[in-house]
Ligand binder design. Structure first.
Ligand SMILES: Nc1nc2c(ncn2[C@@H]2O[C@H](COP(=O)(O)OP(=O)(O)O)[C@@H](O)[C@H]2O)c(=O)[nH]1
Ligand SMILES: [Mg+2]
Ligand SMILES: [Zn+2]
Length: 397
């Protein structure tokens, strides 16, 4: 085995003549930030072509300043010109890096800033629509990328089923797997946690639901199955539900400020860099997000809705009339299912409400169609079409 050199030497990044593409050993350093084999291979391929680039993972974003954990050093890189890198093509439009992104940084020469140049295409992306006050259309807020599991945290003492349905849909839409945690069970007085779990399960069928206390640690052991090496877990939920307390419990250490210590107190200091991507004792990575007050679904979340309400959608196509609107038509399978207790009316109502919101966004068109995500997808599609037509021309000549 090679002896890995400890490159704390900052000069190392500014001497491109001696730099070479990272060895397996160098990349091994990124395992502590959740590196998977697939990501390692992509980094190795890109760095073999351009040895100046330094692979790493985004720990925090502050405007165009991105904090990146790299193999032997951390970067504070500027992301103005960052683009998404697919296997062998780069997107034209700038990318908006987010915590959890796998990226390549080009270290700046002399006085130049370090530049975040490429963002590897994501395996999952958690995006919510920000609800703006006094403005009809909120923009999108990208919360985290390349996550395997999202812990949706709600206080067992303040369980809210509508919010949970939205949170679950948001997560299914991201490509990650939702897990529900009902926190603060030590505060439940005459209620059995199992009862709340049962309630939550109705709003989140097909999702694992746990009850736990971040203070006493009760119920937190089963959560560790989601935090093994190679996994990246994000915690979402309203402010004050106990996310940071759970993080500390899972870390076995006081790493996150809890309670009313303001997040902004620690801003801009180096210590905050290491506080967003938290390596867990059993190998996974934890990301704590600031509280999210409202959960807006981004346009194009229809599939996520279908997954969230699969027990509703299973009746579609079974009504007497093919164009049944499920509003009292004879032979409506939904109405029958509700009547004989196979389907909860409240679930169907939630489904309709969320579906209407998406429909509203879609028909309103303009703003919705210009979401970052859709723009990105269009650019990719265009790239693919172009490539296909070039190959076709080549083939026919
Ligand atoms: N009794 C009890 N209090 C908790 C628990 N988890 C968090 N808290 C308290 O709730 C407040 C908010 O917790 P925090 O972890 O900062 O919530 P966050 O905003 O979701 O990160 C703090 O005062 C915590 O001490 C719990 O499991 N039991
Ligand atoms: Mg917190
Ligand atoms: Zn019907």
């Amino acid at each position: 085995m090679n002896t890995p050199s400890l490159n704390d030497d900052l000069d190392q990044t500014t001497t491109p003549l001696t730099s070479s593409s990272p060895t397996e050993n160098d990349l091994q350093n990124l395992v502590q930030y959740g590196l998977t084999d697939a990501v390692r291979d992509r980094f190795a391929a890109i760095c073999a072509k351009d040895s100046e680039l330094e692979p790493g993972r985004v720990a925090r974003v502050d405007g165009i300043t991105t904090f990146v954990h790299s193999m032997s050093t951390d970067y504070r890189a500027v992301s103005t010109f960052a683009r998404i890198a697919h296997d062998d093509e780069f997107e034209i439009e700038p990318a908006q890096p987010t915590v959890g992104d796998w990226v390549l940084v080009r270290p700046g020469q002399d006085q130049d800033p370090d530049e975040l140049e490429l963002v590897l295409s994501r395996t999952s992306l958690l995006v919510r629509k920000r609800v703006m006050r006094g403005k009809e259309e909120g923009d999108e807020q990208v919360l985290a990328a390349n996550i395997t599991t999202v812990f949706i945290v709600q206080a067992a003492t303040y369980f809210n089923s509508n919010r949970l349905e939205r949170e679950v849909a948001l997560v299914w839409g991201s490509g990650a797997v939702p897990v529900v945690i009902l926190s603060k069970i030590d505060l439940l007085e005459d209620v059995d946690p199992a009862e709340i779990v049962e309630q939550a399960q109705i709003s989140a069928p097909e999702v694992d639901v746990f009850a736990a206390s971040g203070i006493t640690g009760e119920g937190t052991d089963p959560l560790r199955q989601f935090t093994e090496a190679g996994s990246t877990v994000v915690l979402i939920g309203a402010s004050g539900v106990g996310k940071s307390t759970l993080v500390n419990q899972l870390m076995g250490d006081e790493v996150m400020d809890t309670g009313d210590i303001r997040e902004s107190d620690a801003r801009g200091r180096h210590t905050t860099v290491t506080r967003q991507l938290l390596p867990l004792p059993n190998g996974g990575i934890l990301i704590d997000t600031p509280g999210i007050r409202t959960i807006g679904l981004v346009s194009g979340s229809e599939d996520a809705l279908a997954k969230t309400f699969s027990e509703v959608e299973q009746y579609f196509g079974q009504c007497k009339f093919r164009d049944c609107g499920h509003v009292g038509e004879p032979g409506c399978a939904i109405a029958e299912a509700i009547a004989d207790g196979r389907l909860l009316e409240s679930r169907f109502e939630s489904y309709k409400r969320m579906g209407r919101e998406l429909e509203h966004d879609r028909t309103k068109g303009v703003a919705g169609a210009k979401t970052d995500h859709q723009r990105r997808m269009r650019v990719i599609a265009k790239g693919h079409r172009l490539k296909a037509s070039i190959e076709k021309r080549k083939g026919s000549s």
